[in-house]
Design a protein around this ligand. Structure first.
Ligand code: HEC
Length: 151
């Protein structure tokens, strides 16, 4: 009876369940699901600092699949059954900031969730980069040059 699969007190360190602990660095933004995330408005202004922060994070987390240009030609992306979408395309650029925030939080089909790796603020920086750094569209408004040094 004493030999059971149940976990005994003090037996081993128990990791916290995923996403039960806030990622440090910012106020935690709680969203329940993709639908409620879609209604969120980006609270981070697309300043040069924000876009640059997004660019750095993009280089670390997104280039393997989406490529430095964002067109989906990353080395890992090539191997996937579902090809990474072209982030510079009309289809993706017409998504709302909130939807993309939800996508990064809750994952796509093949694309993983970034809720544990990127704080909410970092996710918004990333969205500012997708809008104002990755594409030539509207960079002037934000006073930012389109990427290309991003390689
Ligand atoms: C493991 C490869 C991989 C990585 C890393 C990755 N993606 Fe994706 N992404 C995909 C794939 C594949 C799709 C196509 C749909 C799907 O599988 O979710 C996609 C789709 C998307 C979409 C389009 C969603 C839509 O509905 O049109 C956005 C936006 C996106 N990714 C942003 C990002 C950002 C920002 C990062 C970095 C934080 C990132 N992705 C990292 C593979 C990846």
């Amino acid at each position: 009876m004493i030999e059971q699969i149940s976990i005994k007190p003090q037996e081993k360190p128990m990791p916290f369940p995923q996403r039960s602990v806030p990622v440090p660095g910012t106020a935690t933004m709680r969203v329940q699901d993709q639908d409620s995330a879609s209604a969120l408005v980006n609270p981070v202004k697309p300043t040069a600092e924000s876009v640059n922060a997004g660019k750095q994070l993009y280089g670390i987390y997104c280039t393997p699949c989406h490529g430095a240009s964002g067109t989906g030609n990353g080395l890992v992306g090539e191997k996937l059954s579902v090809k990474p979408f072209d982030l510079t395309s009309e289809a993706v650029q017409s998504l709302s900031d909130g939807f993309i925030f939800g996508y990064l939080t809750f994952r796509g089909t093949v694309m993983p969730s970034y809720a544990n790796d990127l704080s909410p603020t970092e996710r918004w920086h990333m969205i500012n980069y997708l809008r104002h750094g990755l594409t030539p569209a509207a960079p002037q408004q934000a006073g930012i040059q389109p990427n290309d040094q991003a390689k």
